[in-house]
Design a protein around this ligand. Structure first.
Ligand code: ADP
Ligand code: ZN
Length: 628
């Protein structure tokens, strides 16, 4: 009975038997069925949404049906090793071809490929497009053993995207040479422009488009205004992520180095990562991040693409990313395992000025700059929002939703104030500067004048005599900064040059006329220190940890120690052996037979056979010491 039911659903059978999972997530099922049946597909799914399964399950199904190998195009050599290692652990014949292999190893893989025994072959695009490799594919194809092309990180084909790779342009050759072989392209970057580029350049006009929901419900979004950002970061790390693995993004290499050194001084295990470091150091730091527990990686955006560590518990931004796509992709690296995770960002007026300047001074053409500015504005609007962050994020990707209950604004609705009048005052003060001496000034001086401060600069320029001197004394400095950020974000004000000097734009007139109403969030008050030295702001709730009692926690610890040993022996990251979530479930459920163990999520047939007996022994051992 059972066997017949399973046979009737080969996709479900592969999911359960090979991966040990009980159910497909969201759109996975539909995608798998479409591709297994030979359809072309373009898959847009957020980071951590489960893209790999979308090509791995059909690859296994089609190989079982005698159709041969699935070729996976992947831009990242570093990642292939771990991905193939993970498939190996699952008992799926897979290999990679890239420049890290020596001649003998490469020939061995080629032999495996030509014999038809491989289910999946990972290769970089430049390798795939060599005459030698294309000839091998021809030969496989003639024998009906070329099953599917899966093009991962497909946005690399687009110049509009942020990871353009020249080699990806050549991939249209695959369709031209092997028109009958189905293809799927996968990416997490989804704006319309990039999407259209992928379709055109990979010739996927007839492919079915699958757009999964971009929601990542387990990620909690928090955006704070900078106010001693280091202290804010440290408090976030200590209060909410003690001992957790996570990523801290900074914009410059210098800031990465400084921040990592400072966090280390504070007693955290923090490592720097940026393109200026020696390749060997980078590899070592990445390896430690993947293989050890609780490492904080401080990095530029050079780090992250293709990092599929599932238990990254937080992603923190100390500087503003370029746009919402980048923010979403970077924060999406948190919580792939579905357990609670945090996306935390601190930003300030200087960030806005910096990003603007980088765009203005960039080499790009005017069209591209305009697009970049629009995208930056959307990100600023998100940062300044006083309503649900997730609703705004999803709306940006074209999805409607309702307030999420799991972002800072939902959890703690910020107060708002009507800044319409303040905005008019700020703009007219800038106008007065202009009339007075044609000089331009930055935000600091402007705020001093508005608040009526008698500084040296005020004296030097005679600004105490302006009609706008002191007209904004009732508005706090932090509030003024938020007004200026907002005016820049809305395009009524421009910040130029190294000092971010402010100038009115054509649309400033609308604000001066009172046509633009501004409702702003009240900047969160800096927490005050009490006599005991503790801050008065209560630590925000830590996301619920895996609910384990003391005995189960001991078993979980024993299982982790066992896993670490296996991972070391196999030269793989621990999560490739088992996810934390699987070990926690074992610790909680205490399966006492192989049958019971097979019911744990993440335990497929191969892992049950390879590790089942040992796991039962570890569990029994941990329970018995427990009772002593
Ligand atoms: P993406 O490539 O889209 O960023 P991955 O393919 O790495 O995401 O998947 C994210 C995590 O979710 C992986 O650890 C994967 O094992 C897990 N996962 C994917 N699909 C399922 C599923 N149907 N059930 C349980 N876990 C899943
Ligand atoms: Zn929300």
């Amino acid at each position: 009975m059972n066997a017949i039911a399973l046979d009737a659903d080969p996709a479900q059978q592969v999911l359960h038997e090979v991966f040990g999972y009980t159910a497909f997530r969201g759109a996975q099922r539909e995608i798998v069925d479409h591709v297994a049946a030979g359809g072309d597909a373009l898959v847009l799914m957020p980071t951590g949404g489960g893209k790999s399964l979308c090509y791995q399950v059909p690859a296994i199904q089609r190989h079982r049906a005698g159709r041969g190998v699935t070729v996976v195009v992947s831009p990242l050599i570093a990642l292939m090793h771990d991905q193939v290692g993970a498939l190996d652990e699952l008992g799926v014949p897979a290999a990679f071809l890239n420049s890290s292999l020596d001649g003998d190893e490469a020939r061995r893989v080629e032999r495996e490929l030509m014999s038809g025994q491989l289910v999946l072959l990972y290769a970089a695009p430049e390798r795939i497009l060599t005459p030698r490799f294309l000839a091998m594919l021809e030969s496989l194809n003639e024998r009906g053993l070329l099953s599917l092309f899966a093009i991962d990180e497909a946005h690399c084909v687009s110049q509009w995207g942020h990871d353009f790779r020249e080699e990806y342009l050549g991939l249209s050759a695959l369709h031209e040479r092997f028109p009958a072989v189905p293809r799927m392209a996968l990416t997490a970057t989804a704006d319309d422009h990039t999407r259209a580029d992928i379709v055109e350049r990979l010739q996927l006009a007839d492919a079915r488009l699958f757009v999964a929901s971009f929601d990542r419900p387990n990620i909690r979004y928090t955006i704070v205004e900078k106010d001693e950002p280091r202290r804010q970061l440290l408090r976030f790390l200590r209060d909410e992520h003690d001992g957790d693995a996570g990523i801290v993004y900074c914009q410059s290499r210098k800031k990465v180095d400084e921040t990592a050194a400072w966090l280390s001084d504070e007693g955290l295990t923090a490592l720097p990562y940026h393109a200026g470091l020696d390749a060997g150091v980078r590899r070592k730091h990445q390896d430690r991040f993947l293989r050890e527990d609780g490492i904080v990686m401080v990095a530029t955006i050079a780090f992250g693409m293709g990092i599929d560590k599932p238990d990254v518990r937080f992603v923190a931004h100390l500087d503003l990313p370029k746009n919402i796509e980048a923010y979403y992709q970077e924060t999406g690296r948190a919580g792939r395992d579905g357990l609670p995770a945090d996306a935390w960002m601190a930003y300030g007026l200087a960030d806005v000025v910096n990003q603007r300047r980088m765009i203005d001074e960039g080499e790009a053409g005017e069209d591209f700059k305009r697009l970049q500015r629009t995208k930056l504005d959307a990100l600023l609007a998100l940062a300044e929002a006083h309503d649900c962050r997730r609703v705004r994020l999803l709306a940006y990707f074209g999805e409607d939703s309702t307030p999420c209950g799991n972002c800072d604004n939902c959890l703690n609705a910020p107060a708002t104030w009507d800044a319409t009048e303040a905005a008019r005052k700020a703009l007219s003060c800038i106008y007065r500067f202009h009339q007075h001496g044609g000089q331009r000034f930055g935000a600091g001086h402007l705020i001093d004048v508005l608040r009526g401060k008698a500084t040296d600069k005020v004296a030097q320029y005679g600004h105490a005599g302006l009609s706008t001197f002191g007209i904004g004394a009732d508005v706090a400095e932090a509030q003024w900064r938020s007004v200026l950020r907002q005016l820049i974000a809305l395009g009524h004000l421009r910040a130029d040059g190294e000092y971010g000097t402010l100038a009115l734009t054509a649309s400033a007139r609308e604000v001066l006329r009172g046509d633009v109403q501004l409702l702003l969030r009240v900047p969160a008050e800096a927490p005050r220190r009490t006599k005991t030295g503790r801050t008065t702001r209560p630590a925000r709730d830590k996301p619920p940890p895996l609910p384990l009692d003391d005995a189960a926690t001991a078993r979980f610890g024993a299982l982790k120690a066992w896993r670490a040993e296996v991972a070391r022996e196999h030269n793989l990251p621990a999560y490739v052996v088992f996810h934390d979530a699987s070990l926690a479930e074992m610790a909680r459920e205490q399966p006492d037979s192989l049958d019971a163990l097979a019911g744990i999520s993440g335990v497929g047939a191969k892992k049950l056979e390879a590790y089942g007996a040992e796991i039962l022994r570890v569990l029994a051992g941990a329970s018995s010491t427990d009772q002593d």
